[in-house]
Ligand binder design. Structure first.
Ligand code: NAD
Length: 355
């Protein structure tokens, strides 16, 4: 896989964000030429800023809703592979800005597919949605790739709508039966709740825990009993990278939707994860009973990853303890050690554990 990415031009949308910055670093380490397209980072301490990524890749600031600018970028840089991560990714914020959430997530994804459609160089695309794209039945079993799309809140339903649009474009313009004519392979990827260093987003558990610990404040958690499929950021990224590589080998077979979630031992409650963070950090306390009046968020959410295991040969690598350890280590060390080096060390450690 490493050789596959060497010297390839890869477009990553959302490279200034949490997952996109880690993906850009991993691709750079494999020798890819990385072009990023996103809005400005939101916080001074974001992984993108502290790792100095802007100087290591082509860093383009633009709105995913700006279809013309996006097409110009495709035309100028001629990417072969596209990873689309740019999105409004927050459930609670989506209640405040539902229209913008839909415009960015759904129209943004359509704009990307249109740019791919009209750019000859673009052959492979992995479009990132989420575990929340499925119609949530509050069931104990994990969702499978062929389950119905849905979503209660505007974020989740916008991602379900992205999946429907991706499927439509795949049937209409990137149909696998007509691959010889269009030469493009488009897949979607649904990951769980991602944790890792360098995320300072609002209303996400890890940044909330770290910010409270750093300020010696009690950690207030919403929905303490809600379960989520937690996974370290490198887990889904390894899935996206493997998927694009497999698509290059067999563009027809892998042009589908794929789940990249953790093993069942990592499907734990919000409270249990917060306690693991505190234990590993060696500091912090939960403000129990502080649960704020909540907007609706799913309670039970798990992904079935059998298809990715069997057909792609992808499997989750880290235990929940290892994922927490890597995450906390990043936040403990990013002010004393070069953050880019921390990320590279963690990527190498992950690859070692994988093999
Ligand atoms: N973090 C998670 O737990 C998680 C879980 C499942 C799926 N996802 C998905 O993974 C992707 C990345 O999530 P993240 O956690 O890195 O989010 P993030 O908020 O850290 O990053 C979002 C990125 O999208 C860019 N962006 C937002 N609006 C844009 C716009 N209008 N035009 C161009 N760029 C825009 C931002 O600039 C940023 O680079 C998203 O699609 C998200 O829905 C995230």
């Amino acid at each position: 896989m490493k050789d596959y990415y060497k010297d390839k031009t890869v477009l990553v949308t959302g490279h200034t964000g949490f997952k996109g910055s880690w993906l850009a670093i991993w691709l750079l380490e494999m020798g890819a030429k990385v072009v990023g397209y996103a809005l400005d980072p939101l916080h001074d301490m974001d992984n993108f800023i502290v790792t100095g990524l802007s100087n290591r890749m082509v860093d383009i600031r633009g709105d995913i809703r700006d279809a013309e600018k996006l097409k110009d970028v495709f035309s100028k840089y001629q990417p072969e592979i596209v990873f689309h991560l740019a999105a409004q990714p927050l459930v609670r914020l989506s209640y405040d800005i539902p229209v913008e959430t839909y415009q960015v997530n759904v129209i943004g994804t359509i704009n990307i597919m249109e740019a791919i459609r009209t750019t000859n160089s673009a052959k492979i695309a992995v479009l990132i949605t989420t575990d929340k794209c499925y119609e949530n039945k509050e069931q104990i079993w994990g969702y499978r790739e062929n389950d119905a799309m849905g979503g209660h809140d505007p974020y989740s339903s916008s991602k379900g709508a992205c999946e429907i649009a991706i499927n439509s474009w795949r049937k209409s313009y990137f149909n696998v039966n007509e691959y010889e004519q269009h030469g493009k392979s488009i897949a979607s990827a649904r990951a769980g709740n991602v944790i890792g260093g360098g995320d300072w987003s609002v209303d996400r558990l890890i940044p909330d825990c770290i910010k409270s610990i750093l300020q010696d404040l009690p950690i207030e958690i919403r929905n303490p009993q809600a379960t989520r499929p937690w996974e370290h950021v490198l887990e889904p990224l390894s899935g996206y990278l493997l998927l694009a590589y497999k698509m290059s080998q067999d563009p027809v077979k892998y042009a589908e939707g794929w789940n990249f979630g953790p093993d069942y031992d990592a499907i734990i409650t919000v409270k249990d994860l917060a306690e693991k963070i505190i234990n590993y950090y060696g500091k912090g306390k939960l403000a129990l009973g502080s649960e704020k009046a909540v907007l609706h968020e799913a309670n039970l959410l798990a992904l079935d990853v059998s298809k990715s295991r069997i057909k792609l040969g992808w499997t989750p690598t880290l235990s929940i303890e290892q994922a927490v350890e890597l995450t906390v280590d990043w936040y403990k060390n990013y002010q004393n050690q070069e953050p880019y080096d921390i990320c590279v060390e963690q990527i190498n450690k992950f690859i070692e554990t994988e093999s």
